[in-house]
Each structure stands twice: as structure tokens, then as C-alpha cells.
Design a protein around this ligand. Sequence first.
Ligand SMILES: O=C(O)[C@H]1NCC[C@@H]1O
Length: 358
Amino acid sequence: MAYDFKGPVPVPVNTAMDPESPVGWRIRTVEMHTAGEPVRIVVSGLPPIEGDTLLDKRRYCRDSLDRFRRLLMGEPRGHRDMFGAVLVPADDPKADAAALFIHNEGYCTMCGHASMAVVRYLVDEGVVPRAETGDTEVNLQCPCGLVRAWLTQDNQTRFLSVPAFVLHKDLSLPLPDGRQCRMDISYGGSFYAVVRAGDLGLSSDSPSAEYVRQASYIRRHLSASGVKIHHPDSADLGFLFGVVFADFAPLSVVAPPPEVVSQVIVFADGQVDRSPCGSGTTACCAVLHAAGRLPTAHGCTFRCALTGSEFSGRVARETESHGRPAVVVQVAGRSFYTGRAEYLVEAEDPLGEGFLVQ
Ligand SMILES: O=C(O)[C@H]1NCC[C@@H]1O
């Protein structure tokens, strides 16, 4: 499959234009999905993204180019649950390419489903030449760090994420009926609160709006109770990105390792993942491993309870992160093309910069 993007620096720069206005820019994208979750890959047409490191570039986009995120993610070009990846030159010499991730609220630090799509795209484009036999290795720099990935000959992607760890174990979450339920805060390239869906009365039949409501309750509770979320690598990584509602048995119960974990992930501003969420799966594996419930190398299927789409996940090895026990998790899935597009904004369009209906 051939697209217009060629080479490892995919952002042609038109410096004559005004980055303060989206009018006149022609932003080209390749549209994909991974396990049902959209990935709008921005391959060209954005203003120059300044910054020495990827985290600097992420900050620059947030502070100076956010109108482009809003117009690409918001309506009428996108929707509340749209997700994107912006390809930028890598500053890590070990990386083949780098990506920033965008969603309905901002810029996340890791994205498994989008990394899988970007890896396939980079190989199809020839940015990373496809191995004649066997898997093609692609090193993708993400804001959280370097992600090693492999594309198989039949276009499945698997990746090894950055070290994952449980930051807060066994926090107590008060429920409206006076009971308390257990919650962990776990890092899988982004921080997630991991709860058992059943403890909050949620099941695979529950509407997605109910998951969104409960995620917002959990966020409010964590923020009011002053739970600190920090990552020793960078202050930019230290924030709660989402909530994993998983169906595993209470972690205090002795049970065999799960074969299938059914889960729903809500992230950013009430955005609902259609996929099992690569970084959420990573965070979930770290919780299960820390609880002695997921031995190293035990393969597990992670299924999105809303769409039925699946990733496989397993702890590849134990490691440590700044003196804390951690694990390297491997996640695998598959991405598909859905189209390509060129987006523009007309000067007379009062809704040109995009919007979201609450
Ligand atoms: O796969 C993932 O990691 C993600 N999907 C949407 C939100 C997360 O970044």
C-alpha cells in the first residue's frame, strides 16, 4: 500500500504560514484502527513542532498548537472518542521514528493501540524496510520512552512496553452504599486506576456511559483524597490518565492465573476505548503480577467488554524502575487501514476549529 509520506521526517514544513491560524494548512492523515479503536495518523501538513526532546515537543503542541489537535479530534472531522498519532522526528538515536498521541483532551504519554498501527504504517511505507523473512523490528519513541515492536509477515504487531509497576497498592475506594472497594494505581506508560468492574456494579452489559460516570467518580475521589501520582523519570509522566475496569476475581482470593481478562478502559475526558487498550493491558499485567496472579510468560487474552476485540498480553520479564519492582509487558494485536484524508479549515467557517458536544 503506498501513501504520499516518504522518509523518516514526515512533517513538511510550510513556514510561510501562520501557526496561530488553522486556515490554509492541509493536514494529511492515514486512517487506521486497532481492535476497533481509531488511529488517525498525521503524516504531514502541521506547523513545525519545536522542542529538543519528545516531551518538549509534546509540551509545545499542548501550549502552542492545540488548535490543530482540537480540529483533528473534535467534530465535525472527529468525535469525542477519536484518537490520533502525530509522527515526528525521533531524538532517541535508537528509534526509527517517534509519535505523539492525541485524544479528546490532550496528549497522552503512551498508547499501545496507536503504536501498533504506526508500526504497521512505518513498515508499509518503507520507513523501516520489511524483513524478507520473519518479523520486522521497529523501535518507536513514545513520550514515555522507547517501545520495541515487531511486525509479523501477516501484519500483527507486538510490542514490549516501558517498565510497568504498581505505584499505589490496595487503595480503598468508598462506594455509595457505604462499602469500600480495592483499587490500585498502576503504570503502563500512562497511569491507570485499576478496579474490579463488578465491585462497582458494572458488567459487560452495562452501557458505556455508566463506565464513564464511574471513571469520573474515581478521578474526583482520587483528586480529593490527595493521592500523589508521580513518575521518577519526568514530571510530565505523572498524572492519572484513565481507569481500567477489569473483571478479574478479587485479588485477595487465591485463584489460578486468568486465561481471559475482560475489561473496559475510560481515559482522558470520558473517552471510551474500543480496544482492550495496550497501556491499560500493560498496567493490568503489572497489577496481576504484583499480586502473584500472573506468572512471567503466562499468556493471557485481554478482551474489550464493549466490542469483544482482543489483545494478548504477558509479562515478558521482571525488571526494576528506580529501585521499584517492575515488569516488561508484551502486548500483541492487529491494525487495519480504513482510509486516508486531507483536512482543511475555511476562513469563513465559524466551527472550523472543531468542537465537542457534551
Ligand atoms: O492502547 C492504548 O494504550 C490506548 N488506547 C486509547 C488510550 C490508550 O492510550
